[in-house]
Design a binder for this molecule. Structure first.
Ligand code: HEC
Ligand code: HEC
Length: 360
């Protein structure tokens, strides 16, 4: 229906009031293709109604991922918008090729009590401008009426309950605008990370009913060239054994949580530890691999991964840590991800083989 909307908009012009409303709907979002970018999130007009409810404006489509990035147990609300008449080109293994004007947004929120409200902390935008992708961190006020652009925000003390209703508290750290590129840049060029076929090949409960995300994006005119979901790649859900074996779940967890830096061309490329799914060398995966920079971060451990021995694997040690220069990811978390550590530990415990003693 919406695929040919731009054509329909142009042809009908002012004649069809209903159609006009829907054309203006997708146009209602405010594009900013070059600096200066708005100081207030509301200026983008991505949402309507009460700001804290994140009620999407026309053409703003919510999505989520099979396996997400862990960020201190924050709940995340993701949305995509593209200018009228434009669409992303499907790619089987990579992030889709998004048109200029695309706005991807991700809002981080915490549940302050069981069954309680979400407190919004920050909304991150990735905007495809004429000169490439730009990352913009907006921080919500205490009243939850507005979020303002803050390129170097202070930490926010939060108390919250996770999905299992366990209580946590932390001094939540909002990455500054320079840190976006540590994860989001490939060969120093900024880009999105999440919207890949395998991660979007899942069902989502839209306000109009449940549908596969790839199908929904295509129907909304946002995606061209997408195959039937049955033949498109599909990533396992890291914590749902019905979606894939231990190996697949651990590998996709590492892909999303580590692979943005730990891939050729990523911020951690010099370590030659490649945790992205495309890597199929055991050595680059860390198996019996001695770390490039030994010392404090490795403790007394010799190898990134010792098959069968998570407790002797530097990889697990660094996931458990919250100490600067030791912890991994090195930014954008303050708490260890207990369930993620369990998954990766179980996977390492399942690996066969032995490492020969490190060279002196
Ligand atoms: C520790 C690595 C890391 C840092 C730092 C980081 N991001 Fe991301 N970001 C990710 C990953 C991985 C995803 C995809 C997975 C997900 O959404 O759970 C993502 C997703 C996003 C998305 C949704 C679209 C997409 O690319 O999937 C936006 C918007 C975003 N980030 C903006 C930002 C901005 C702005 C900053 C800096 C203020 C930032 N991010 C810092 C890793 C990071
Ligand atoms: C924001 C970028 C970033 C992310 C995300 C990230 N790392 Fe790293 N990692 C680095 C950098 C940079 C180094 C090299 C410097 C060092 O060892 O501290 C490194 C080094 C390492 C090393 C030592 C590797 C070697 O052989 O020298 C291990 C192990 C490691 N990371 C594990 C992980 C794991 C596991 C994750 C995900 C849970 C992760 N990292 C996510 C940036 C990152």
């Amino acid at each position: 229906m919406m695929i040919s909307r731009k054509a329909a908009c142009t042809a009908l012009g002012l004649a069809a009031t209903l159609m006009l409303a829907s054309c203006q709907g997708r146009r209602n979002v405010q594009e900013h293709l070059a600096p200066p970018f708005p100081g207030r999130l509301s200026a983008w007009r991505l949402f309507t109604g009460r700001p804290a409810e994140l009620h999407p404006n026309a053409g703003v489509v919510p999505y989520d991922l099979n396996t997400p990035l862990f960020s201190d147990y924050a709940d995340k609300f993701r949305f995509v918008w593209m200018p009228p008449g434009t669409f992303a080109a499907y790619r089987p293994d990579d992030v889709f090729d998004f048109p200029i004007g695309t706005i991807l947004s991700k809002t981080f929120a915490f549940r302050t009590e069981p069954n309680g409200h979400e407190r919004l902390i920050e909304t991150r935008l990735l905007v495809h401008t004429r000169s490439g992708w730009v990352g913009l961190p907006y921080v919500w006020n205490r009243d939850q009426t507005e979020a303002t652009l803050d390129v170097a925000a202070d930490p926010v003390p939060v108390r919250f309950v996770d999905a299992a209703d366990h209580e946590h508290s932390t001094n939540y750290i909002i990455p500054n605008s320079n840190q976006c590129k540590e994860c989001h840049a490939l060969h120093k060029v900024m880009g999105p990370l999440g919207p890949k076929a395998r991660n979007l090949n899942k069902s989502f409960a839209y306000s109009t009913g449940s549908s596969n995300e790839l199908v929904h994006w295509a129907a909304a005119g946002y995606l061209k060239g997408s195959p039937d979901p049955a033949t498109a790649p599909r990533a396992a859900v890291w914590n749902d054994p019905s979606t894939g074996p231990l190996d697949s779940r651990a590998r996709v967890y590492l892909d999303v949580n580590c692979g943005s830096c730990h891939r050729p061309g990523g911020a951690a490329a010099t370590s030659a530890l490649y945790l992205d799914l495309a890597n199929n060398s055991d050595e680059n995966l860390g198996v019996c691999k001695t770390p490039v920079a030994a010392g404090h971060a490795s403790g007394n451990l010799l190898f990134d991964i010792v098959p069968g021995r998570p407790e002797e694997s530097i990889l697990v040690r660094r996931m458990e840590s919250t100490a600067p220069k030791v912890m991994m990811p090195e930014i954008a978390r303050t708490l260890p991800h207990e369930e993620g550590i369990e998954l990766v530990s179980a996977w390492i415990a399942s690996l066969q083989g032995a490492c020969t003693a490190a060279r002196p």
